[in-house]
Design a protein around this ligand. Structure first.
Ligand code: HEM
Length: 467
């Protein structure tokens, strides 16, 4: 319900449509709806959706800087996410905590996601991609998205839990997918619909699938604790079990469960969607595809080398700009705040609108075009308030380095393996699945493997690519 107090306060303008219509527009065509709102109401506008407090959207770098610079007791990401995410990930999780508790948890978890740790996971990523590629049909259309989901699941299961036994991976996969699929409808993010009305009700099915995942996680925790100290491995779980806060305390089982479920869910669907868009954008731009393929073929066949390819890195960044996986990141206003010179009251939320910031011609000339050159030369400094696919400030995605490394290793492994063509112009419109956007045609391609030996390293000057 709209709190009466927030209603009485002056907020930036926005559509006058009834809340139910605004909700329907959000669920069915959120991106054109956001563009329309900006055109009609300017850079700071307010949406009012049924069942939610008013939500102010900001899309300029100045406004986004103010949002990301505010302290965690004034603008609270945890409180903004909690109504949707608490039932999935719990209260006591990095995603849903705020203020000092969030910072303490983040400090404890950061070492597991530090950029240098990625080297340990690179070979896992390349192997998962190779396994998937070996199963692709040749010469007839098929959808890549399910394959990307399989790869990113394998990667997260192995790098977070160290699960490699095929039977156990399949068990995890089945339970995890049941949990995600049952919770995938954006409608189920509406708190009023999160009611367990028995095993056949939509939310009842989510709750039961969640318990099955919990059972596996608690089993994994018990098995890990039973291992001798020297055999804990080097995965994320080992790091989290060994982590201590400033008072020397470890994470309790509930917190561990919450963080592990978060990583399982947040860590794979997002990355699979990002891979889908990267391949879609490359396939739609033959010159860019050719350049990326030539670069990948010329590189040594190590994950580290593939993750360092400059054109592929630029293509990945440009793909995340053109089609961010998440459209906006919200903060609950707990203390009055000024954003881009405008005072905003408490008890409403304010969002940095990633999608609109990425489509702003003032920051990105010809914003609708896929131009990887924007991000070249390698290492070019980019305004973090104009390019923000992973959010920002103290809440920036903790898995960002992990995801970007994985995107490049998997995409390069695929590009090296063979030729891709688009069978026909598929439906490339973004479809909202829970909170992520995926291409409607699930990246349907025709694939042919390269002749044996062609994906081995070749000198850059000899690289030839047949498309
Ligand atoms: C391409 C892939 C990914 C995208 C686009 C993405 C995007 C995001 C975004 C937009 C946020 C919110 C940031 C904010 O509110 O400012 C976020 C937060 C988060 N992400 Fe990711 N993410 C990806 C992959 C991952 C992976 C691989 C993991 C873990 C293995 C992960 C774990 C998290 C966590 C735990 C948070 C909460 C951080 C906090 O509140 O301190 N994400 N992500």
């Amino acid at each position: 319900m709209l709190p009466a107090m927030a209603e009485a306060l002056e907020l930036p303008p926005g559509p006058r449509l009834p809340g139910a219509i605004q909700t329907a527009l959000w669920l069915t065509r959120s991106l054109p709806f956001l563009e329309d709102c900006r055109r009609r109401h300017g850079d700071l506008f307010t949406l009012r959706m049924a069942g939610f407090p008013p939500a102010v959207f900001a899309c300029t770098p100045e406004a986004i800087r103010d949002i990301f610079a505010a302290d965690g007791d004034t603008l609270c990401a945890g409180a903004a996410r909690a109504p949707y995410f608490r039932p999935f990930f719990g209260d006591n999780a990095l995603l849903t905590l705020d203020g000092a508790a969030h910072m303490a948890r983040r400090r404890l978890m950061l070492p597991a996601f530090h950029g240098e740790r990625m080297h340990a996971y690179g070979e896992t990523m390349a192997r998962a991609a190779e396994r998937a590629i070996a199963e692709w049909p040749q010469g007839r259309p098929f959808a890549l998205l399910p394959s990307f989901q399989r790869i990113t699941q394998d990667v997260i299961l192995e790098s977070v839990f160290g699960v490699t036994d095929p039977a156990r991976v399949e068990l995890f996969r089945a339970r995890l997918m049941a949990f995600i699929q049952r919770g995938a409808s954006p409608l189920l993010l509406i708190p009023g619909l999160q009611r367990d009305l028995g095993p056949l009700s939509p939310w009842g099915r989510v709750v039961r699938a969640g318990r099955e995942v919990d059972g596996l996680i608690h089993g994994e925790l018990a098995a890990r604790r039973a291992r001798p100290a020297g055999e804990q491995g080097s995965d994320v779980l080992a790091m989290l079990l060994g982590a201590r806060d400033e008072a020397g305390q470890p994470l309790d089982d509930q917190a561990l469960r919450n963080e592990l479920v978060t990583q399982l869910v947040a860590g794979h669907d997002t990355t699979a969607a990002a891979l889908s868009w990267l391949m879609t954008h490359l396939l739609e731009n033959p010159a860019a595809l050719e350049r990326a393929q030539a670069e990948a073929l010329a590189a040594p066949a190590s994950a580290e080398a593939l993750a360092a390819l400059p054109f592929l890195d630029a293509a990945m960044r440009e793909s995340l700009r053109l089609q961010p996986i998440i459209s906006n990141v919200g903060r609950w206003i707990r203390r009055p705040v000024t954003i881009a010179g405008r005072a905003l009251p408490t008890r409403v939320s304010v969002s940095a609108c990633i999608y609109l910031a990425h489509r702003d011609p003032a920051s990105w000339p010809e914003p609708a075009r896929f131009l990887p050159e924007r991000f070249l030369p390698a290492g070019k400094k980019v305004d973090p308030y104009a390019w923000l696919p992973f959010g920002g400030g103290t809440r920036r995605c903790i898995g960002m380095a992990f995801a970007m490394y994985e995107l490049k290793v998997v995409a390069a492994t695929m590009l090296r393996s063979g030729h891709f063509t688009l069978p026909a112009r598929g439906d490339k419109r973004p479809r909202l699945r829970s909170i992520t956007y995926q291409p409607a045609d699930r990246v349907t391609v025709v694939y042919r493997a390269r002749a044996a030996g062609r994906s081995r390293a070749v000198p850059a000057t000899n690289a030839r690519v047949t498309l």
